[in-house]
Design a protein around this ligand. Structure first.
Ligand code: SAM
Length: 281
């Protein structure tokens, strides 16, 4: 029986039974695998690290899309960096107010293989007329584009390999440049219990750039080790104190059907464990 052993950490690893292998190849940028696991459904890995599974992807994608979009309340233009599996795009295009989404993914093969073997992730979102796909390095895109966005979501791999550029001060500063006044940046920032240094590093990089820099969290079972932290940068601290009643109105108006997100989860997600608060001091 074949297994996949994740290589993210030195001293511990999680192991998945490969019940059926759909795809395995070295793309131009990374080693991509898509397989079926009886408990988690289809699983995608890149360079030995689990990216997403059919069973629990809704937690990650709903929290990374709906928290910034509903906190903002009037976002019409959204930039997604990475996210080649299409799950983030699926959630973003569910917002009727969103008129334009640019997604910048470095690896075309991830999009192609996800559309083929993980269709439940994108559910046709790549064909939405509001969507423009750019195959490019996200860092280079934010350095060069003259477009401006209300919300930027960085749905990246971990900071090794091609994803490393998406955790740099230069990337965050250029995201800030690409935000319209009142815009919000949300980024994947690892599991804080396992990757606390990543949280510290990102905070040090975001603080000089955004008037309000913080994190919010959600436990996503396949990102092993506790709460996954999402970095948050904006120039308006009020965005993370939007009253529950306002969030509820926006949630209802958008007619979102969710399985994890709701306005109370949204508010509570900004409460950080004390060890994270201390790490940020
Ligand atoms: N949800 C996942 C997680 O938390 O691990 C991330 C999933 S998504 C598949 C990550 C995507 O980021 C990959 O498709 C990868 O190709 C893309 N990516 C990595 N580095 C990038 C870069 N510099 N510019 C644009 N996309 C990048």
């Amino acid at each position: 029986m074949k297994h996949f052993e994740e290589s993210l950490y030195d001293a511990v690893c999680q192991k998945f039974r490969i019940d059926k292998l759909y795809f395995e190849s070295k793309t131009d940028h990374q080693h991509l695998m898509i397989f079926h696991n009886a408990q988690l459904g289809r699983v995608m890995t890149l360079d030995g690290v689990v990216q997403t599974t059919e069973a629990d992807e809704f937690i990650y994608h709903e929290m990374m899309a709906h928290v910034p979009l509903l906190a903002h309340g009037q976002a019409t233009e959204v930039l997604i960096i990475g996210g080649g599996d299409g799950g983030m795009l699926r959630e973003v295009v569910r917002h009727p107010n969103v008129k334009r989404v640019v997604q910048v993914e470095i690896d075309q093969a991830v999009i192609e293989m996800s559309e083929r073997f993980l269709p439940q992730h994108s559910q046709g979102a790549f064909q939405d007329p509001r969507v423009e796909i750019v195959i490019a390095d996200g860092l280079q895109f934010v350095q060069e584009t003259s477009l401006r966005f209300d919300v930027i979501i960085s749905d990246s791999t971990d900071p090794v390999g091609p994803g490393e550029a998406l955790f740099t001060k230069g990337f965050y500063a250029n995201c800030q440049r690409c935000l319209k006044p009142g815009g919000i940046l949300a980024t994947q920032n690892g599991v804080c219990y396992m990757q606390l240094q990543e949280v510290r590093d990102t905070y040090q990089r975001l603080r000089p750039i955004f008037a309000d820099a913080t994190f919010y969290g959600a436990a996503v079972p396949t990102y092993v080790g506790g709460i996954m932290t999402f970095a948050w940068g904006s120039d308006n601290p009020a965005y993370r104190q939007v009253p529950l009643s306002t969030l509820a109105e926006r949630f209802q108006a958008a007619k979102l059907q969710t399985r994890y997100y709701n306005p109370a989860i949204h508010q509570g997600a900004f409460a950080l464990p004390q060890y994270v608060v201390q790490a940020l001091q």
